[in-house]
Every structure is written in structure tokens, then in C-alpha cells.
Design a binder for this molecule. Structure first.
Ligand code: UDX
Length: 436
């Protein structure tokens, strides 16, 4: 099928490449000419495992193209809207102006029978407000939220847990759902559940999923606070809770909390929309989820300060990690960098390292020092803080190797990802988050 993907940021670039890899003929469109030329040359503008291979394969086969001209979307049967919906400056609500601009640009190129499929994360009610304009062009609007995780984006797009399509309950809506079924036929044949809903429910599924995941993480981080006060161990607690199949172990990783371009902004936008609907009370707990999450960053800093006997000024601290999570170079709302910045603010001599996100971090926080190699960061450190659980730190760094480089054997495991017994046995003072 011929598809267009409007917006080639994180979501759009991956979606375009993945759709081409399953045999569709795809044109990715973005207003940013630099991004378009990079993608057209096969280079991903961000770090994402497997994306470069998919781009190369798509470009080579001729099934994948990129353009900065909206007119090139003409002729596609389905137009995916995959533009960003950032937090409005100074507020919590989602900024929808990219969605409106994308639709305005696309409308003149729509043909009767085309389907516009919104993928961007939008406040519930947005699609209903756009549907009339799409219908006036003889096309139909569906909402098809995306649940991909960074670092797993290709995997999640090609083998999603579920596909959700929201449509209007009329003949055009039904037809449009059928077209989406065709787009995703290979996933559906492989057994992926395909759920058809109304437009509002489809929008809400995305907001609710992110709110639930954020709540799960903050729940275990709240338990970490209790564990810290009572001498319990939150990692053992999470294991024991996780065996209850109604709860499950995933997203019960206590540490310095969630960050990134989605969960923090999405729970705030979700709350803002609920307030607009007069139902702020229903999601009042999400403010608490946000607050618990941010408190973990303070707590990590406090643990470092205490471990250094209250004196951090001029002490050298190796910060292992800058990305908001491993397998990503994304530093948006990264708890890892936040901890580094706060320690620097206290006068510590902070050296940050990260296998993928160093350039992004240096551009945003030039006041920090950076080391390309992990070992350079560790050299002469008075304390080490692990804030992103990259394999380089979690799996490949031995306490003996690190011990030979540092000045002080103090390690703060902000992600509870290290073997505490092994580090202690090697003579380190080990501090986890909510751990004994
Ligand atoms: C998230 C959702 O998972 C995804 O479905 C949605 O489409 C976009 O938002 P992403 O932002 O890529 O994806 O990251 P995710 O892997 O969910 O992690 C989010 C943050 O939570 C990271 O900072 C991670 O370190 C943190 N996290 C995750 C925890 O602190 N503990 C956990 O147990 C899991």
C-alpha cells in the first residue's frame, strides 16, 4: 500500500522505516530539510537500535523515501500524523500546533477515500475536533496511538503488544478501519490483537497507558521511601510483589525515577486535560506520581552528599550515564543529568560519561565536565554514581577494575542495577535506592 508519514521525528521516522520493511511504499515528510536529507541518506538523526539497517534496506529497495514537500503525500492511501505534541512553554497542557499545522498542510492533497491516521499523543477530544475537516475533504480520520519505547522502537513497531484504532461509527469510519487492518495485516496475521474503538477511547488508551506505567514506577519509588525509613529492601519487595501475576515485575524498578520525552510530559498533559473536562479530581493522584518521581532525584543527591560526609564541594564525582535510559541518546527530562547538574550546583567536580548521549548532554549543560570513556570518568573519583543502567556499567564494570581507578570507593547505585554484595565484597561502600 502507499503510505505517507507526516513528521519524521522519533515516532515518524521509525514508523516510516518499519512500514517500508513490511512491504509498503512509504514517503516520510518533515518540514525540517536537514532531517529529511539525513534520513534520505540513510542516517538516523537519533540513536535507535536497528533503525539504520531498516532505513538502509528501505532506501535501497526504493520503498522508502523522504521529502520536505507536503505535496509528495498526494497519492498515498493512508497518511499517518506523527508530529510532536510537546508541553506548552510554562504550562502543563500539550501544545497541539504541530498537529494543526500538519493537517492544514495535508488537507489540500487529500483525495476522496484517503485515510488520515493520527499517531501523535493528544489530549482526549482532539480527534473529534479534527474529524470534520478531514471528512470535508472526502477522507476519514482514525486515531491509531503508538506505544513504542525508545531503545525498542523498531521491535515495538514491528511486533506491538496490541493495535488500537479509533474511528467514527459510520460507513466511512468502518471503511477506514478496514484500510488500517490492511496496513497492519502482517501483525494481525501473527496474532497481534486489533482493537477497534471510538476516537476518544483510542486517544485515552495512550494517555491512560502512560499514566499507569508512571504510576507503577512511582508506586515502587514510594515504597522505596518507606523501605529507607524502615530498613527494608525495595528490590526484594519488588521481586516478591512481581510474582503476583496480577501485579507483575515490570515497571517496578525503583531508582531515580522516570524521565524522557513521554511519561513526564504525558502525565502532566493528561492531568491538564482532565481539569479542562472538569474531572481534575479523578487524576489528582498523578500530581503525587509526579512529585514522588521528582523526589527520587533529590534523594539520590542526598545519598551522595551523606556518603561523602556532607562535604561535596570540590570533590570529584563520576556520573555514569546521561541518557534518560539505556539504548537511547535522549536526554529530555533525564533524571540522570538532573542528578549531575544538582551535584555540580553543590560545588562538586562532576564528570559525566555516557556511551551515546554525551554530545546531547554537553550541548545542553556546558557547565559539566564530560569524559568520553567510562574509565576516564572514574579516574581519581571520590564517589561514583550510576544513573543510567547501560550494560557498560551494570554488567561490564567490575568493582575491582573500578576500584583501581578511583580515589574513594563509594558507589551510589541510582538504578539498583549492580550486584551490591559483589561491590561490598570488593571493599566498596555501596548505596542503593531504597535498599538495605
Ligand atoms: C514510554 C512508554 O513505555 C511507551 O509505551 C510510550 O509510547 C512512550 O513512553 P519511553 O519513554 O521510551 O516509553 O521509556 P520507558 O522504557 O517506558 O521508560 C521511561 C522511564 O521510566 C525511563 O526513565 C526509565 O528509566 C524509567 N523506569 C522504567 C523506571 O524508573 N523504572 C522502571 O521499572 C521502568
Amino acid at each position: 500500500m502507499r503510505l505517507s508519514v507526516i513528521g519524521c521525528g522519533y515516532l515518524g521516522a521509525v514508523h516510516a522505516a518499519a512500514m517500508a520493511s513490511i512491504g509498503h511504499d512509504v514517503i516520510g515528510i518533515d518540514v525540517d530539510e536537514q532531517k529529511v536529507s539525513a534520513l534520505a541518506a540513510g542516517s538516523a538523526p537519533f540513536f535507535e537500535p536497528r533503525l539504520s539497517e531498516l532505513l538502509a534496506e528501505g532506501l535501497r529497495s526504493g520503498r522508502l523515501r523522504f521529502s520536505s514537500r507536503m505535496a509528495d503525500a498526494a497519492g498515498a492511501q493512508v497518511h499517518f500524523l506523527a508530529v510532536g505534541t510537546p508541553q506548552i512553554p510554562g504550562g502543563h497542557a500539550a501544545d497541539l500546533h504541530y498537529v494543526h499545522a500538519a493537517l492544514d498542510g495535508l488537507l489540500p492533497h487529500l483525495r476522496a477515500g484517503d485515510v488520515v491516521a493520527g499517531k501523535s499523543t493528544v489530549p482526549v477530544g482532539t480527534a473529534a475536533g479534527l474529524a470534520g475537516r478531514v471528512a470535508a475533504a472526502g477522507a476519514a480520520l482514525v486515531w491509531n496511538p503508538e506505544f513504542l519505547r525508545e531503545g525498542w522502537a523498531v521491535h515495538d513497531t514491528l511486533t506491538p503488544d496490541r493495535l488500537v484504532v479509533g474511528a467514527e461509527a459510520d460507513a466511512a469510519g468502518e471503511r477506514a478501519v478496514g484500510v488500517l487492518r490492511e496496513v497492519y495485516a502482517s501483525s494481525i496475521d501473527a496474532g497481534t490483537p486489533f482493537l477497534v474503538t471510538d476516537l476518544a477511547t483510542a486517544e485515552l488508551v495512550k494517555g491512560a497507558a502512560n499514566a499507569f506505567l508512571a504510576t507503577k514506577i512511582s508506586f515502587i519509588n514510594a515504597m522505596a521511601e518507606i523501605a529507607e525509613a524502615s530498613g527494608a529492601d525495595v528490590a526484594l519487595l519488588a521481586d516478591a510483589l512481581g510474582h503476583d501475576t496480577r501485579i507483575g515485575r515490570r515497571y517496578l524498578g525503583a531508582g531515580i525515577g522516570f524521565g524522557g520525552g513521554c511519561l513526564p510530559k504525558d502525565i502532566r498533559a493528561f492531568t491538564a486535560r482532565a481539569e479542562e473536562l472538569g474531572r481534575g479530581e479523578a487524576v489528582g493522584f498523578l500530581r503525587e506520581v509526579d512529585a514522588i518521581n521528582l523526589r527520587r532525584r533529590d534523594r539520590a543527591v542526598q545519598i551522595v552528599v551523606d556518603a561523602l560526609g556532607g562535604l561535596v564541594f570540590g570533590r570529584r564525582i563520576a556520573v555514569l550515564g546521561a541518557a534518560f535510559k539505556p539504548f537511547s541518546d535522549d536526554i529530555r527530562d533525564s533524571p540522570a543529568l538532573d542528578v549531575a547538574v544538582r551535584l555540580r550546583g553543590l560545588g562538586a567536580d562532576v564528570v559525566v560519561t555516557d556511551p551515546a548521549a554525551l554530545d546531547n548532554a554537553a550541548a545542553l549543560h556546558p557547565q559539566l565536565d564530560y569524559a568520553r570513556s567510562r574509565d576516564d570518568a572514574l579516574r581519581e573519583a571520590d564517589a561514583v554514581v550510576v544513573v543510567t543502567e547501560w550494560d557498560e556499567y551494570r554488567r561490564d564494570l567490575s568493582p575491582e577494575h573500578a576500584g583501581a581507578l578511583v580515589r574513594g570507593r563509594i558507589i551510589v547505585d541510582g538504578r539498583n542495577c549492580l550486584d551490591s554484595a559483589a561491590w561490598r565484597a570488593a571493599g566498596w561502600q555501596y548505596h542503593g535506592m531504597g535498599r538495605r
